[in-house]
Structures are given as structure tokens and as C-alpha cells.
Write a protein of this length. Structure first.
Length: 238
């Protein structure tokens, strides 16, 4: 789970995706063992499953080891799980065998306009630099079909930094905070259905709050296709 612990020094280059990828590769199965029983995550997965029509198409951004969210969704729907860590995707291949899994940086991910029924992301936004949050939310909105659903968690505080010992590895975290996240969702042309900050017990007497956002693309939607990008991600089955 995610928290911001130290602001990046002004003028210094922020850690890139290499830190996140290397961290999750090193943690390996330890992340699944630590996170998969989260009752909060399970509750939001259940909300999404109740909303989706049978055989929907779902994109899981930052799918990690694929359990429980990717696995549960893939048992009923067509699911594309996207993650930066090849090690996490290897675990997901075993735990969520029904899902299509690809390695890609969420910052560069590009999909067809109006091509999916839902975009979900459990804790992954907190690993992106602040300047990447708004563009990703805008692109995710453009991928949704009219009536499509976005469910995501997001950090409640703005800023970025590195936690030197997170599950045994250095890890980068970043966010734009609650108000800016909700503004970005609205600016992306989505209708906000719910937004709530939920406190979660991370163990060791540590409680962390996350913003959870549920929004939909209106049937009469102002969402426009994302602009062509110079280079897209390498999309390959994991």
C-alpha cells in the first residue's frame, strides 16, 4: 500500500519507473502475501463486479500479482492486466490465468478510444510522479465506452518522495492530493459517483488513508480521443 514519506528535493531528478520496477521485482511474492487479504480492496472489487454486465472488457492498471482483483474480474470478464514489473506479471500468470497480461509503463500506455467497459486501478497511481496523474486519468476516460466505469485509488496528499525501506526495498511514491484528483476526473469528462477516503491498516500499528473514486463516462460524453503519441508502450504478453 502507498504513502508519501519524503518530498523529492527541489531541482533533483525524481526517481523514474526503474525504481518501481526494480522494487516490485525484488519484493516478488512478498507483495502478494502482504496485500491480497485487504478487505478494502476486496470491497471495491465487489462493487465493480456488481456494476459490470457479463463479458465486459476491463483494464486493470498496475495489476501486480493478479490476485485478488485481476483474478476475480477475469473469472467473469475479459481482462487486460498491465504492470511494470515482470516478476509481478510472472506471479499473475499463475494466479490469474484467464487474464491477458502485458508489461508497460502506465505513463506511456495508450489504448483505443471507447474500447473498454471499465478501467480499474488499485493503489498503482501512488507510484506515478504527480505530473503523470492528470494525463493518465484523461487517457483512461477516453478509453471508456459511454457508460463505462472508472474505479481508482489515489493518494490523499500532494507531493512525491522515496521511502527507503518499503517492504524491504526503496520505493517511489507520488500524488496530487484529493482535490486535484477529483478535479482531474471531472476535467476528463467523467461523472463522479462517489469519492471517499478510507483508512487502511497496513500492520505494525500503521494506518494510511486512500482516496477511492468511482466515476462513469456519460452516454452523451464530452470525452475526446487522446492525441496521437510519438511512441507507445511495448505491449507484449507476459
Amino acid at each position: 500500500m502507498l504513502r508519501i514519506v519524503q518530498a523529492t528535493e527541489r531541482g533533483a531528478d525524481p526517481p523514474g519507473p526503474a525504481m518501481v520496477r526494480a522494487g516490485y521485482d525484488a519484493i516478488g511474492s512478498g507483495y502478494h502475501e502482504w496485500s491480497h487479504r485487504s478487505p478494502v480492496r476486496l470491497a471495491f472489487v465487489d462493487q465493480v463486479m456488481q456494476r459490470l454486465a457479463p463479458d465486459s472488457t476491463v483494464v486493470d492498471l498496475g495489476c501486480g500479482p493478479g490476485d485478488p482483483a485481476t483474478r476475480m474480474l477475469a473469472e467473469r470478464h475479459t481482462v487486460l492486466g498491465v504492470d511494470l514489473s515482470m516478476e509481478q506479471l510472472r506471479i499473475a500468470r499463475r494466479l490469474a490465468p484467464e487474464a491477458l497480461l502485458v508489461q508497460a509503463d502506465l505513463v506511456d500506455l495508450s489504448l483505443r478510444h471507447s474500447s473498454v467497459d471499465a478501467v480499474v486501478s488499485f493503489y498503482a497511481l501512488g507510484h506515478l510522479p504527480p505530473e503523470a496523474h492528470r494525463p493518465l486519468l484523461s487517457r483512461a476516460a477516453s478509453w471508456l465506452r459511454p457508460g463505462g466505469l472508472l474505479l481508482t485509488s489515489a493518494p490523499v496528499a500532494p507531493g512525491s518522495g522515496v521511502e527507503e525501506d518499503w517492504l524491504g526495498v526503496p520505493m517511489f511514491f507520488g500524488g496530487i492530493g484529493t482535490d486535484a484528483t477529483l478535479t482531474a476526473v471531472a476535467d476528463a469528462g467523467l461523472t463522479l459517483e462517489s469519492a471517499q477516503v478510507v483508512e487502511e491498516d497496513e500492520g505494525d500499528n500503521t494506518t494510511v488513508g486512500f482516496l477511492w473514486v468511482l466515476a462513469t463516462r456519460p452516454f452523451e460524453s464530452p470525452v475526446t480521443p487522446e492525441a496521437p503519441r510519438e511512441a507507445g508502450p511495448r505491449i507484449e504478453p507476459a
